[in-house]
Write a protein that binds this ligand. Structure first.
Ligand code: SF4
Ligand code: FES
Length: 159
């Protein structure tokens, strides 16, 4: 997954797990930092200390990254990431659409621009990294509660 990259990818590894971080997709939600601060510390250089927690804990924290900026590959026989099935799409209040699943994102010509398990897609229209969110919604004060309208009464009907 994450097989089409735009930015430089950094890798941090032990014998148990390899962690990849693509800064271009990171929108600083801090989910990783809150989950495992001893491993993900933005004050440090490098900021990922893959040797400070068990591989299971690191993998669990990485699965909380909503953008796909962080990924892991288990080297110890532990479980690899399984795409969410069925695919989930969730609007974030005043922010992007979070998508989870086996996602193949294509441009208008049908070319794959990202194949990933987690994505944050811009819904404010101001990103300079479209179709991905780059946090421009914060600068522009995008405001939308992300409510989903009720489906029409006959939605899902096969007749
Ligand atoms: S959880 Fe993902 S998007 Fe959020 S700060 Fe960590 S790497 Fe960046
Ligand atoms: S929703 Fe984040 S930049 Fe548009």
């Amino acid at each position: 997954m994450a097989d089409t990259e735009r930015g430089p990818r950094r890798e941090y590894r032990t014998d148990q797990i390899a962690v990849q971080w693509e800064p271009e997709y990171c929108i600083h939600t801090a989910n990783c930092i809150r989950s495992l601060p001893e491993v993900f510390n933005p004050q440090d250089r490098p900021w990922v200390h893959v040797d400070r927690a068990p591989a299971d804990a690191i993998a669990e924290a990485i699965l909380r990254c909503p953008t796909g900026a962080l990924h892991f590959r288990r080297l110890d026989g532990g479980p690899q990431e399984a795409p969410t099935d069925p695919t989930e799409i969730r609007p974030v209040r005043n922010g992007p659409l979070y998508v989870r699943g086996d996602i193949e994102l294509r441009d208008e010509a049908g070319r794959t621009i990202r194949h990933d398990t987690r994505l944050a897609l811009c819904r404010c229209g101001e990103s300079r990294h479209k179709p991905f969110c780059d946090n421009s919604h914060r600068l522009t004060g995008f405001s939308d509660p992300g409510r989903i309208a009720s489906p029409p009464a006959d939605a899902g009907s096969t007749t």
